[in-house]
Structure formats: structure tokens, C-alpha cells
Write a protein of this length. Sequence first.
Length: 608
Amino acid sequence: MSEEHGNSEQGIGGIIKAMGLVFGDIGTSPIYTLSAIFLLTKPTVENVLGIISLIIWTLILLITIQYAWLAMSLGRKGEGGTIVLRELLVPLLKKGRAITVVTMMTIIGISLFIGDGVITPAISILSAVEGLALIPGLEMIDQNILILIAAVIAIMLFSFQKRGTERVAWTFGPIMVIWFSVLTLTGIISLIKIPSIIFAINPILGWQFLTGNGISGFLILSSVILCATGGEALYADMGHLGREPIRKAWYFIFFALILNYLGQGSFILQNPGAKSILFDMVFAQSHLLYIPFLLLSIAATVIASQAMISGIFSIVYQGINTHILPIMKIDYTSSELRSQIYIDVINWLLLFSILFVMVIFRSSSNLTAAYGLAVNGTMMLTGIMITSIFFLRGSYLKSTIAWFVTIIDIAFLIANIHKIPSGAYWSLIIAMVPFMIIMIYMQGQKNLYKALKPIPLTVFLHQYNEIYHTMNKISGTALFFARDFHNIPPYMALTIFKNNIIYQDNIIISIVTGDYPFGIEGAFKKNLADGLRVYEIRMGYIQVVDVVKLFKEAKIDEKTIFYGIEDIVPSNLIWKIFAIIKRLTPSFVQFYKLPADKIHGVVTRIEM
């Protein structure tokens, strides 16, 4: 989807799309949030009012203020997300150490987002499937059967990814409109029975719950945060649809969620023994409509999972383009929407991790023990970064408000720490995998660059001119890839000076990733010498680029494409892991889908 198109998605159509593509995660949180909370505390009148008050004000402070207002007022060409915040913050910083800290925060944020991406589909799908136990005759259904059904739904969802979601994306919005409408209606029907539940809007009741229950009241925040899962999507997906459709959709969704939580509060007061509160509430309202509601809830959780999967694909692609993550094979599943990509290795690793989590935790109630920590960590990092940006820009009012909200993020995070022994350590373990890969890869690439010792252009040109004018040349055009043409990669010197392979026309291809999300431009620079030119491609860090198409447009008719291959000889475990990563990842010529019959790899042996 083009940036211009994404930002013009105004009106009802844009709002409906936003409901389907952005709000699936937060929209399905009413399925499990209150059920998780009332496993930990008794549903007395004071507790119910206090907890509903905490949920309402969590949605106001963390989602409406932190994301819908503060974070979404920041962006670069309409794009949002952790990497965008880094690109906005780095130019405002002067010290190299501060930039290193921001980069580390970005890497941690990406890792936590991926960790969250494993648990979200698992808890969403499993919690919806567990609603089958309320159907008459299925009350004693074995939990293993429920896990199997949830696993089959997950396998079908991930198997479909390679075909692309463009064909079914248009159905996501309308389904979520129905879902939020049903949440609103069922909430209103329930709260009418105890209208005094409306007083939960008073923030004092939430504060009284926290202060009146001591440490146990504070620790309840670790489950209250479940109502805000998916909040990061408001900002991260801003570039796909634009700021306004997402904000307008949130107005409707906010009231739908509030009314439903109020309705669930009313229901739990009438039925203190309820375990799966939302499903119990709907079943009590209408036995006949329960099965359609159950099917709708499963569809909504699949949509929520799809949004998370697409988000992870996007953030991994950003990581590849900004050289944070190793190159991976990318498939483009849509000729129209550039955001529609598929990454095979990520897809199957996600599925394996989700199935593993389902089997380990076995139920959605157990999964709530692992859920929330990664989400909260990402929110806190976002809060710190937006506070810093507003402060350094001189927007002191927004900076103060952002800092206040960040303190609340930190309070939630502290409350979540107690979950670590009971299962939240799994979210940290999952997040640790991409974190370690990123750190090893970035340091390895840095050491590799030093070991390869690029040749300064002036030194290279001296020897090149001598060889070009004295040796027989091969007819046609040869392409050489270099990140920076001022520093010539050793494989190019090896090809020309050692192997005496020199063509009549030699072009250095330089691909430069800018600090902006979208945009692409290819142009020849001035000739460096006889038979030696530079073609530079400048692109945004989210931009999907067709290099072969650019070559055709520039009338480059290459005969051969040379690229460097590093044969790494590792000296310790860290570099052995780096060597494995390099072996398993495709080269950038495969990443950019260059014609296989024209490429030639030049091997350089490197000891690390």
C-alpha cells in the first residue's frame, strides 16, 4: 500500500479497515482479562468496582493518551513504530553513548514485540476455543481436545500466510465491526441489571482498590494490563492506514470495550462463581445465539493473530533494511500492497513457538501468567522514547504528560515482575532469542567489516586505471555491489586485480537505506574512471524495492553480477553462531531476487 494511499484512507472505509487490521488484539482482550483477574481476587462489590475502574483508566491513560494522542502525533512521513521513534530521536542526541542506549532500547523493543507475538495468538485462540465447554453436552470436553482444536486453527492460519492476506483482508473490518457491536450490545444488556456499575468510571474507586488491598492490590495490575494488549499496534500500523482512521476507529472501540467491561462487571456481581465471564454472560443472555457468538469470537481471535503476524513480518523487514537483522528470504504476496510480505523462516518459527506455548501452558488462564510482561516492557520503552523526543523538541507540556504516563507504565511493569517465576519467564526466553541473534549479528557484521579492510577509492582507482588501459577487456557490463562506493569491497579488487577479470563497462551498485520509511530513487553518479560508473539506489527503511526493475529503467544490461561471499573461520562460540547465521541466511543478491544465471560469488576467507 502506498504511503499516500495509506494516509488518504479517510471516512467510514478507513475506519472499518482500521478495526480489522489494527484493533484485533485489544478487541479480543475482553475474552480473558476479567476472567484472569477474578481468579486472583474475590468478586465483592468493592473489588469489582475498583477493578473495572482500573481497566477504564488504563485504557484512557495508556491507549488513548500514550498511543492515540502522544505517540501518534509523532511520525515520519506517516509511519510509526519503535524503529521510527529511534530515527526521530537519534538526530536530537549529541553524544554517541546516548545513541547507543537508544539503539539498545530499540533492539529490546523489537525482541519484546516478537515475544508478545508468540503469546498473543496462543492466548487469543485458546481462550476462544475454550468457550466450547459452555455448549450443552460439551461441558466435560477434555482440555487436550481444546488444545488440539486451537492448534489446528493456528496451523491453518500459518499455512495460509504464503498465499497472502490481501484476498481476505477486506472481510476483516466488517467482521470486527460485528464483533465490537456485539460487545457493545451484550455489555449494555448486562449493565442494565445493575446500573450502579457505571460509577466504576470514577478513578477514585480504582485508587481505593490499590491502596486498600496492599501489595496484592498492586500486583493485580499485572492482570489489569491485559486489557491494553495490542495498544502498540495503534502506532506501529499508522503507516498502513494513516493517523485519522485509526484514531476515529478507537473512539468507537473505546466505548464498546468500556460498555462490555461494565457489563461483565455487572454479570460477575450477579454470578460470582462465573469462570469464563464473557462467554458465561452471553450464554446467560441467549442460549440460541451462543454458538454464533462463539464462532464470531474465534474469527475475531484469528484476525487478532493475523494482525500480529503481519506486524512481526513488517518489523523484521524493517530490521533487515536497517541492518539490525540478518537477511532473510522475502516473498511479496501482493502486487498492490507493498506491506503484504511473507517471511518463510519467521512464519514457521512463530507457529512452532505458538504450538509449544499452547502445550506447555495448556489453558488460557495459565497463559495469562506469561502474558503482559513483554507488552508492558514495549510500552515502557515507547513511553521513555516519546518523552525524550518531546523534551528535546521543547514540547514541555507533552513531555510532562508523557513522563507521567511512562511512570504508570513502569508501575505496571513492576507489578508484572512477580509473574516471572509462574510463567512470564517464557516471554523473556522467547524475546531473548531474537535479542541474542540481533546482538551477535550486529557485532559480527561490525567485526567482519573491519576484517575485510575495504580499499579507499583513491587507492583502488590508481591500480584500476593501470589495469583497465593495459589489459584485454571482456565485452559487456559487470555489476559489483558495495554499501559505500568510497570504500571498495575486497572481493572487487580480488576479481579485477588478482583474477584479471575486467569488463568494458563496470558499474558499482550502492544501495543506501535512508532514515525515512518510504521512497525510492535510483540514479547514476559521475563516472569514477574510464569504464567505471556508480549507480546509487536510495530507499526508505520500509520500502520494498525491485532492483531488477530499477536496472531496466536505468537501461543497465548486465552480463555478469559479482558479489562477495565470506568464508568465516570462527575462533569461539559467539563467532561460530555468527558463522551459522551467515551460512543459513541468503546473500543479498538472493534477497533482491537477482537473476541466478548472471551472479558469481567471490569467496574471501576470514578468521574471526
